[in-house]
Design a protein around this ligand. Structure first.
Ligand code: FE2
Length: 476
């Protein structure tokens, strides 16, 4: 699954209903794992006060989940301690604790604070059911550039498969698709051509996994594997699961699912007229690009790390994470014994992108195909997530700039450091037993706004700004 950064304006965006009806004020967070937020003001900045406060928490058997000290503008005042802990304000032990802190000699005020508002995020894997509206509002994505645009039979088939994904809810059995002979022939053409190139240009972790996919998941030239079989296999290996999706999600919704080790996958296949081209992610991209590496622990870990960092992140940070995702999970490279190898799905699922990224000397034909007439080869930079977060990228041509890690472990380590460096609203933990997210601070999720609605507003603003720009140019 790829995320698009830009989307042409379509009137259909206006038709989709927002998801507000599903989303309460966020009290469920407090019910699940309550947190309370206190501010303790102290008179002077001197050693020992914090120790006494901590001692009272220990005696009350109340577990702190977050603490930070904030200094006032005037140096003669002591700091304020912002403390989050497990429990509810109305609990008797919490009330006693507050009274005890208040009478400590160095303390002059203790006040309970309302939870901090944060952008809505899924708290339980089941809530991913609320995040499946696609950027196009659920209409068929195919446009005039799509090879299947003028093929009504292809469009009907695509609609049929998409409707199964739309009806899917957490806990359902993953839809099994009876692929036609024509679809299987398309898969076979792609499978045979790509697997031959994987021998040369896929990273070792990917190549080691393919025989396993053939053994346990039905990967074969003459068989399109079923998401259910793959999902069961991945769950046993790394805890990742697959979920069907009908089209392109927003970056936030797509990344949020990774926090639960869930990967959204399309199930329809590209048009048979040109098996080596698709303008949108399809099952060849998902299964031959993404899926095998989700069985690798280091890859699974750093994918989830990006997902966890996206929970309740600011729009700016979501954009940075989407960019890091693009340059790693989609277009990541690494070095093996001096050779450049691919681990990104966008590279592994495209014979042209593999030659472009890994050969060191892409042919003229390859460069023409990727609209890279003026560039001999991509600029390969050592993986630096901070730089990748700021790097612009095209979505309709090959990548002029790519990032190369030393190994998957190296990518995992650097991405983890990058995620830690973001300003986080809280630090989330995923509990694989309950499939819940636990957070360190007392927060309240603001009601979710449909991604379709957000996208629509952004598009309207874009055209409003363009018109204003045109008007001001005319006035000059
Ligand atoms: Fe993708």
């Amino acid at each position: 699954m790829q995320m698009l950064r830009r989307l042409p304006f379509r009137p259909s965006l206006a038709r989709a209903a927002p998801l507000r009806r599903f989303c309460g004020p966020g009290s469920d967070l407090q019910e699940l794992d309550p947190r309370t937020f206190l501010i303790v003001d102290v008179r002077q900045d001197k050693p020992g006060v914090l120790g006494e406060i901590c001692e009272l928490f220990t005696r009350s058997s109340i577990n702190m989940t977050h603490i930070e000290s904030r200094f006032k503008s005037f140096a003669r005042d002591g700091p304020s301690f912002h403390i989050d802990f497990q429990g509810r304000l109305e609990d008797s032990e919490v009330q006693s604790l507050m009274k005890d802190i208040k009478v400590l000699p160095g303390v002059y005020d203790v006040s309970a604070q309302r939870p901090r508002d944060v952008p809505w995020f899924p708290l339980n894997i089941r809530e991913l059911d609320l995040t499946i509206d696609t950027l196009d509002g659920g209409t068929a994505l195919i446009n005039k550039d799509h090879p299947g645009f003028n093929d009504p039979a292809y469009r009907d088939r695509r609609t049929e498969i998409v409707s199964l994904a739309k009806a899917y809810r957490h806990g359902d059995k993953l839809p099994r698709i009876q692929y036609t002979d024509k679809e299987t022939a398309t898969w076979q053409a792609v499978y045979e051509r790509l697997t031959a190139l994987h021998e040369k240009w896929a990273c070792t972790e990917y190549r080691e996994m393919l025989p396993q996919m053939e053994k346990y998941c039905g990967y074969a030239p003459n068989n399109i594997p079923q998401l259910g079989d793959i999902s069961d296999f991945l769950q046993q290996r790394t805890g990742f699961t697959l979920r069907p999706i009908s089209g392109l999600l927003s970056a936030r919704d797509f990344l949020n699912a990774l926090a639960f080790r869930v990967f959204y996958s399309t199930q329809y296949i590209r048009h048979h007229g040109n098996p080596f081209y698709t303008p949108e992610p399809d099952i060849c991209h998902e299964l031959l690009g993404h899926v095998p590496l989700f069985a690798n622990p280091a890859f699974a870990d750093f994918s989830q790390e990006i997902g966890l960092a996206s929970l309740a992140a600011s729009d700016d940070d979501v954009a940075k994470l989407a960019s890091v995702y693009w340059f790693t999970v989609e277009f990541g490279l690494l070095r093996e014994g001096g050779q450049v190898k691919a681990f990104g799905a966008g590279v592994l699922s495209s014979f042209g992108e593999m030659e472009w990224a890994c050969s060191g000397a892409p042919s003229q034909e390859c460069r023409d195909m990727g609209s890279m007439k003026d560039l001999l080869q991509p600029e390969l930079r050592p993986l630096d997530p901070w730089e990748a977060a700021r790097q612009e990228y095209p979505i309709t041509t090959y990548q002029p700039v790519m990032f190369c890690a030393d190994s998957l472990q190296d990518a995992k380590h650097k991405i983890s450091q990058f995620c830690d460096s973001l300003t986080r609203p809280f630090f989330p933990q995923y509990d694989p037993l309950t499939q819940n997210i636990r957070v360190t601070k007392s927060v309240l999720r603001v009601p979710r706004v449909s991604t379709v609605e957000l996208q629509q507003k952004k598009q309207q603003q874009f055209f409003k700004d363009k018109m204003a720009e045109a008007d001001s140019t005319e006035a000059e």
